[in-house]
Design a protein around this ligand. Structure first.
Ligand SMILES: NC(=O)C1=CN([C@@H]2O[C@H](COP(=O)(O)OP(=O)(O)OC[C@H]3O[C@@H](n4cnc5c(N)ncnc54)[C@H](O)[C@@H]3O)[C@@H](O)[C@H]2O)C=CC1
Ligand SMILES: O=C(O)[C@H]1O[C@H](OP(=O)(O)OP(=O)(O)OC[C@H]2O[C@@H](n3ccc(=O)[nH]c3=O)[C@H](O)[C@@H]2O)[C@H](O)[C@@H](O)[C@@H]1O
Length: 462
């Protein structure tokens, strides 16, 4: 099939390349000229596993083309995907300007029947909105359908998710468009769920908000664990054995980031507000996440009377491993706070240092090797669970550090083993109190209900 994808970011580029891989003739469009020039030469704007090989192969086999002209792309295709950004406004509202602009351009260029597919994450009612904008810009009367087909891929595993996703959702009122989309996706052999456009649009927000809530929920359980001596990793394992709960997305840590969970949760709150509905649960999901991001700072506050001049090493800058994306990464808030308090900051990330330099205009000393970043440090903050961090030689880390505070924001190490090796080790939702100087032995022995003030683990977090 002849397909155009407008917006060549994480979603557009992966979608276009994967659809080319299964034999379609794809044109990817972006208004960023440099991005398009690079892509024509097989140079990727993002880091995503398996994408580069596939891109180069499909360019070589003449199935994947790049242009900056929406008009050319519209003429070329029967199906046009809109995959431009939908960032948050300052107040959390969804910024539809990129989608609106593209819809207008499509309208001006429409010359025959086409299907326009909303793949960007857009609020309920956007199928109608895009259809109206296209209609307003038509230069001649032509038939077209607009449908919703939200995207569920994750960064870092985007290609795999496209080929092995749990479901494809199509929201459409047109039988003709639905059939063509089914034909397009059939080779992927995935469950296709067809519904009305409004439900499809809401499925996307509901899914992201639900997953984000699962994360905030386990992070609150982690906070309870710290006050009781329970271990959140064990609690999550035990919960996840119940198939109704499931084991995924129960990793406690320093909270969720990325271009989507924070913005989509805010977006759903705004969708509710406009309908006079206060979506309380997800407001708390966000609030808990904001507080969770500051966990490493709270731990440091208990260990150092003052962070001025304390040498801190940050390991991991991206919001999750296997991507170069630092949008809304917890590392940004944590580093800003460390800087405010006068800490000396060293940082290492396997691939995101250049992206971080662009965003963080602070005196951070960046390194291209983890051990170099760790040398001479008073505290290490591990913020992203990159595989290479799991393989670090902890004895070597210990020998390089000044004071051996290790705050594991993603619980990738085993607390007992790290403490046995001489680290002042802190995870998230594990028994942080028991092996540390935060509470005296006597304080730890007092049952919580008999404490005058909340002195044991509680003191660290209240
Ligand atoms: N990043 C992700 O993992 C996922 C993102 N989504 C959603 O997909 C949408 C796109 O997200 P990303 O790919 O992350 O965004 P992105 O910011 O990486 O890419 C958007 C691209 O659209 C281009 N663009 C903007 N206006 C344009 C115009 N008028 N004409 C041509 N190109 C234009 C930009 O130059 C940019 O390259 C968003 O709505 C997002 O919420 C959905 C699922 C996963
Ligand atoms: O709409 C989107 O953009 C995408 O958002 C998420 O994908 P993504 O943000 O790429 O990454 P996730 O793997 O979901 O992780 C998001 C954040 O949650 C955190 N997380 C995830 C899982 C977990 O158990 N604990 C946890 O803290 C991660 O560290 C990361 O910061 C969804 O998983 C995708 O289905 C969706 O398509």
């Amino acid at each position: 099939m002849k397909i155009s994808v407008i917006g060549t970011g994480y979603v557009g580029l992966v979608t276009g390349t994967c659809l080319a891989e299964i034999g379609n003739d794809i044109t990817c469009v972006d208004k960023d000229h440099k991005k398009i020039e690079n892509l024509k030469n097989g140079i990727l704007p993002i880091y995503e596993a398996h994408l580069e090989d596939m891109l180069i192969r499909n360019i070589g086999e003449n199935r994947l083309h790049f242009t900056t002209s929406v008009e050319d792309a519209v003429r070329h295709a029967t199906i046009i995907f809109i995959a431009v950004g939908t960032p948050s406004h300052e107040n959390g509202d969804i910024d539809m300007s990129q989608v609106d602009e593209v819809a207008g351009e499509i309208g001006k260029s429409l010359d025959a029947y086409k299907i326009i597919v909303n793949k960007s994450t857009v609020p309920v009612g956007s199928v109608k909105r895009v259809a109206e904008i296209i209609q307003r810009h038509l230069k001649r009367e032509v038939e077209f359908d607009v449908i919703s087909n939200p995207e569920f891929l994750r960064e870092g595993s985007a290609v795999l998710d496209t080929f092995q996703g749990d479901r494809i959702v199509i929201g459409s009122t047109s039988k003709k468009a639905t059939k063509i989309l089914h034909d397009l996706y059939r080779p992927l052999k995935q469950k296709i769920f067809t519904t009305d456009p409004e439900s499809a649009e809401l499925i996307k927000y509901a899914s992201n908000a639900f997953l984000a809530t699962k994360i905030s929920f386990i992070n609150e359980i982690a906070n309870i664990c710290e006050k009781t001596g329970a271990n959140v990793n064990e609690v999550a394992k035990g919960m996840g054995l119940d198939k109704r709960i499931g084991e995924k997305f129960l990793n406690a840590g320093i909270g969720f980031g990325g271009a989507c969970f924070p913005k989509d949760v805010k977006g759903l709150i705004k969708i509710g507000e406009k309908l006079n509905y206060d979506f309380r649960i997800i407001r708390e999901t966000l609030q808990v996440n904001e507080e969770q991001k500051m966990k490493p700072i709270m731990i440091l506050d208990n260990l150092f009377p003052d962070l001025r001049g304390v040498q801190i090493t940050v390991l991991g800058l991206t919001f999750k491993p296997d991507t170069d994306d630092i949008r809304e990464a917890p590392s940004l808030d944590i580093i800003n706070e460390l800087h405010k308090r006068g800490a000396k900051i060293k940082a290492y990330d396997p691939i995101a240092i250049e992206n971080a330099k662009r965003v963080l205009k602070l005196p951070i000393h960046y390194f291209h090797e983890a051990y170099d970043a760790i040398a001479g440090s008073d505290a290490v903050l591990l913020l992203t669970e990159w595989k290479e961090f799991k393989e670090l030689n902890v004895r070597k880390i210990r020998s390089l550090m000044n004071r051996r505070v290790f705050i594991d924001g993603r619980n990738i190490f085993e607390a007992k083993a790290m403490r046995a090796k001489g680290f002042e080790y802190y995870g998230i939702g594990i028994d942080n109190c028991q092996f540390t100087a935060i509470c005296s032995i006597e304080e730890r022995m007092i049952p919580i209900e008999n404490q005058k003030s909340h002195h044991t683990c509680g003191r660290a977090w209240n």
